[in-house]
Design a protein around this ligand. Sequence first.
Ligand SMILES: Nc1nc2c(ncn2[C@@H]2O[C@H](COP(=O)(O)OP(=O)(O)OP(=O)(O)O)[C@@H](O)[C@H]2O)c(=O)[nH]1
Ligand SMILES: [Mg+2]
Length: 191
Amino acid sequence: MEEKKISLIFLGQTQVGKTTLLFRMTNTELPTSINATIGVDFSSRIVSRDGCPYKVLIWDTAGQEAYAKIARTFLKKADGVFFVYDVTSRDSLFRVDQWIKDLNEAVEGQVPSILIGNKTDKPNRAISKEEAREFAREKGFNYFECSGLLNNGDIEDAFNTMIDKIYPKIKNQNQPAGPKPIEGPPKKSSC
Ligand SMILES: Nc1nc2c(ncn2[C@@H]2O[C@H](COP(=O)(O)OP(=O)(O)OP(=O)(O)O)[C@@H](O)[C@H]2O)c(=O)[nH]1
Ligand SMILES: [Mg+2]
């Protein structure tokens, strides 16, 4: 049986570390050097909830502005969005604000969203944890911080929180329509 799918997307300014975080979230070995993403890329990972497997597709968009239009077309398909900024760059948080406006224009209602502050290993922070938390709280997002480079911080927490936020919506999707047939005891596995 094919697993149900969950689509997540990374959005954020170029160089903030989206591809690095994608490698970490999907337990893929990090290459010695990472090129700027061209267009859009993806990787996947299987999670399970209530004994059922779900295939999580994580779309990695290119932060370079030339590709912003492509990234925008992926917004509508996302079940959840990771907005990434670099804690040493106020500009990159400002770019997140712009992406949020794009998302609100593209989609009705709230899409489960998480703000991730990356590069916490760097000494020259421009945005404090408190400010970022407040920014996220105002938007109704959760906030997590990490270093994709060192693979530490809240990377796995951000992923799990996202799945938990999406799961209630997704678990009853794609079920066969109509009344349930009356038959013997319920089957144990009804994924
Ligand atoms: N110091 C530090 N550097 C990082 C961290 N995460 C990523 N980098 C570096 O930042 C650079 C950009 O990382 P990418 O993951 O390619 O950034 P991106 O957001 O995918 O960039 P685009 O594909 O252009 O949108 C690379 O040189 C990474 O090694 C981090 O947590 N700390
Ligand atoms: Mg990239």
